[in-house]
Design a protein around this ligand. Structure first.
Ligand SMILES: NC(=O)c1ccc[n+]([C@@H]2O[C@H](COP(=O)([O-])OP(=O)(O)OC[C@H]3O[C@@H](n4cnc5c(N)ncnc54)[C@H](O)[C@@H]3O)[C@@H](O)[C@H]2O)c1
Length: 279
């Protein structure tokens, strides 16, 4: 018996990176999977690998019409949905607020919050009745950026903080039928996270940061020094999404490889305590 046998899961933003890793893992754990993705190019590239058993749906998470059409496609194919995983997102190019032209602050905010926050909330609303009917679950993606500064720029970190709060509120509103949790990853290898159109940075990806520099920086910060892949994060999503989770709701699991558990005294050159132990 596999962890997700018999489950039907929708993964938002499953065309690359984290969501795709989650999709691959969920399939290997026995789930029927639907991927909702804005990029037709990514969906076309996945057709051959994933085959006809996976529902590949082209849509924008900020569109109620697209989400509703996807809901219908899921009902037509499986008649039910047991889990919703939110993993779509864009980042803000890490541009400090002072460098954002003042006339673009609102459009930057709207773009980031529409995709990173509103998209999750709309999907929760559109799929709630199906999730309630199956005593299902929701798993949304926050970020280490919600817990510590400098994991992105202002709009990205604020949007990820909003996801953290939304998880808590939705868990109360959707109880007792539907469990709602979050996952807050640290760095992710193979991410395609795209910059914002509002700053003309939609052609820029987070992965454009040279891999070696990213790996080096990560090693300096994290207690577990290998940059995690989407597949490394996926089992946590699987547990939270599965019917085996009977105890966790309203929580966001912080998966930061120990990077926030910093060396304090030893990195300040204070080590060895204040004396020599007796004996
Ligand atoms: N990359 C990191 O280091 C990192 C760290 C922590 C959290 N995260 C979060 O993990 C999640 C996955 O990011 P990733 O790094 O795998 O990036 P990614 O770009 O590889 O994956 C995100 C997917 O969402 C899709 N998408 C974007 N806008 C969409 C929309 N409007 N409608 C539907 N799909 C849309 C993208 O096309 C892409 O396929 C995001 O929420 C991101 O904020 C990423």
């Amino acid at each position: 018996m596999q962890m997700l046998d018999g489950d039907v899961v929708l993964i938002l933003g499953g065309g690359s990176g984290l969501g795709l890793g989650v999709a691959r893992h969920f399939i290997s754990e026995g789930a029927s999977v639907a991927i909702f993705e804005v990029s037709q190019t990514k969906l076309d590239a996945l057709k051959a690998e994933l085959g006809p058993d996976v529902l590949l749906f082209k849509g924008d998470v900020t569109s109620v019409d697209d989400l509703t059409a996807c809901r219908q496609a899921i009902v037509d194919r499986w008649g039910r949905l047991t889990s919703l995983v939110g993993s779509q997102g864009i980042f803000d190019g890490q541009v400090p607020l002072r460098d954002v032209p003042v006339e673009r602050v609102s459009s930057l905010f709207d773009e980031l919050f529409h995709v990173n926050v509103l998209g999750y909330l709309l999907a929760c609303r559109v799929f709630l009745d199906l999730l309630e009917a199956s005593d299902g679950s929701v798993v949304l993606t926050s970020s280490v950026a919600a817990y510590a500064a400098d994991g992105g720029g202002l709009m990205y970190t604020a949007s990820k903080g909003a996801v953290l709060s939304a998880v808590r509120q939705l868990a109360i509103e959707f109880a007792p039928r539907v469990r709602v949790n979050g996952v807050a990853p640290g760095a992710i290898a193979d991410s395609q996270l795209q910059g914002p159109k509002a700053l003309g940075l939609d052609g820029v990806k987070q992965s454009d940061i040279p891999k070696e520099a990213m790996q080096e920086g990560f090693k300096r910060l994290a207690l577990m020094p290998t940059l995690p892949t989407p597949l490394d994060y996926a089992p946590v999503y699987a547990f939270l999404a599965s019917r085996h989770n009977k105890v966790v709701t309203g929580q966001t699991v912080l998966l930061e490889q120990g990077s926030l558990n910093r060396h304090m005294l030893s990195s300040a050159g204070v080590s060895g305590g204040i004396g020599t132990p007796l004996g």
